[in-house]
Design a protein around this ligand. Structure first.
Ligand code: PLP
Length: 399
């Protein structure tokens, strides 16, 4: 009996990030943890804030059925109300008189991965296209394709890594259902400026009017809180047809706990039907509800700030070290990734030379863009400092 070939193919061709991480773990067992400089995975090295532990301890005192029971599919009402109130406090000024979020606009999920798959399934019909800005988080393609759409790559401006809005204009056609943006960005660390986002919104509106279609902006924001001073504009205030996908994997260092949300802002023209389509997509995909204990953590920690200091210290050590060695990179305004120019046109060949020195960045081809590598600096400070001699040896091979 034949099995599903598409699923087989996704299982058989692992993400290259995961493959490099697995190689790094095996290599550490072989030659010692301190001798391998693994920059592959976006797993936060900062512990979750103490408020998370306190919230978990409080949850354990609840009656067992409440503690472990199913919650409503879209999440515990009081938790959604707490998240909506926090969003309102933070973004009301950008929205003027328009409402920011109410409890019923939110659907709690198992992290951004679920938020995005649910959103694609809520929007897409057979034959639709979804635009991604390359370089992009590689799992987007998997989730877009499994929702039934075609993933269309549009290269970012190759000098600034902002959105190339004219290239987006050219890529939009009558099949375009949505565009996914991610700022602060994985893999580049760039933060899209307000002017860039306004220009994108203008292009989307113009193309909608020309084609007589509706184009959604899906804003994937797991790194919103991790910035080094840059403004991260609230997209629903810039473009009406926005859906926000969020996760606490990075901001509260909870990637293994699977908790996040989808927001259909009340200003979205198709709000009521979209809220139901999001709920229907969650149902269709079998999510049932987000983890109950971690829903309650949100109610307690919704305004707890991310500890960005440690990442800022790593960023400084890494950029200063690589600058001394004459590497070229894009100055990161957010997230915890550095986008470094490979020292030869073939990023994979450059990666193989790095790997021979036990340096493990991720070559850029896996993100849909040639010629660069991504260094994830959500590692220990010592890993960064101790990796510098290897980066020096790598650069010396190209002198
Ligand atoms: N989107 C981006 C840009 C990411 O970098 C990640 C994870 O690294 C995700 C989505 C998925 O995050 P989550 O752990 O919340 O599913």
């Amino acid at each position: 009996m034949a099995i599903n070939e598409k699923s087989y193919a996704y299982g058989a061709s692992k993400s290259s990030i995961r493959e490099i991480f697995a190689y790094g773990s095996a290599r550490k067992a072989e030659i010692g943890e301190e001798n391998v400089f693994d920059f592959s995975l976006g797993n936060p090295s900062i512990p979750a804030p103490d408020e998370v532990r306190q919230s978990l301890a409080r949850s354990l005192e609840l009656p067992p059925v409440q503690l472990h029971g199913y919650t409503p599919a879209n999440g515990i009402p009081a938790v959604r109300a707490a998240v909506a109130a926090s969003l309102t406090r933070r973004f009301q000024a950008e929205c003027g008189d328009a409402p920011v979020a109410a409890a019923d606009d939110l659907y709690l999920t198992c992290g951004a991965a679920a938020s995005l798959s649910i959103t694609f399934h809520a929007l897409v019909n057979a034959g639709d296209e979804v635009i991604v800005i390359a370089p992009y988080f590689p799992e987007y393609r998997v989730w877009i394709e499994t929702s039934g759409a075609t993933c269309v790559e549009v290269l970012a401006d190759q000098s600034t890594f902002q959105i190339d809005t004219e290239a987006v204009r050219a890529a939009i056609n009558e099949h375009t259902k949505a565009i996914v943006i991610n700022s602060p960005n994985n893999p580049v660390g760039s933060v899209y400026t307000r002017a860039n986002l306004e220009a994108l919104a203008a292009v989307l509106r113009e193309r909608e009017a020309e084609l007589g279609t509706a184009i959604y902006l899906i804003s994937d924001e797991p790194y919103r809180e991790i910035t080094y001073g840059a403004e991260v504009p609230w997209n629903p205030a810039i473009y009406d047809r926005t859906i926000v996908c969020y996760s606490y994997s990075k901001s509260l260092s909870l990637p293994g706990e699977r908790i996040g949300w989808v927001l259909v802002p009340p200003t979205n023209p198709e709000h009521d039907r979209l809220v139901l389509a999001v709920a229907g997509a969650g149902r269709k995909l079998g999510f049932v509800c987000a983890p109950a204990i971690f829903q309650r953590v949100l109610a307690d920690c919704v305004d707890v700030p991310s500890d960005v200091e440690a990442y800022a210290r790593n960023r400084k050590a890494l950029t200063e070290g690589l600058t001394r060695l004459c590497y070229e990179y894009i100055e990161p305004d957010g997230a915890f990734y550095l986008w470094v120019k490979a020292l030869e046109p073939d990023a994979e060949a450059f990666f193989q030379k790095a790997k021979a020195l036990d340096l493990l960045p991720v070559p850029s081809d896996s993100f849909g863009c040639p010629g660069w590598v991504r260094i994830g600096y959500c590692v220990s400070y010592e890993t960064i400092v101790n990796s510098m001699p290897a980066w020096e040896k790598l650069a010396a091979q190209y002198k």
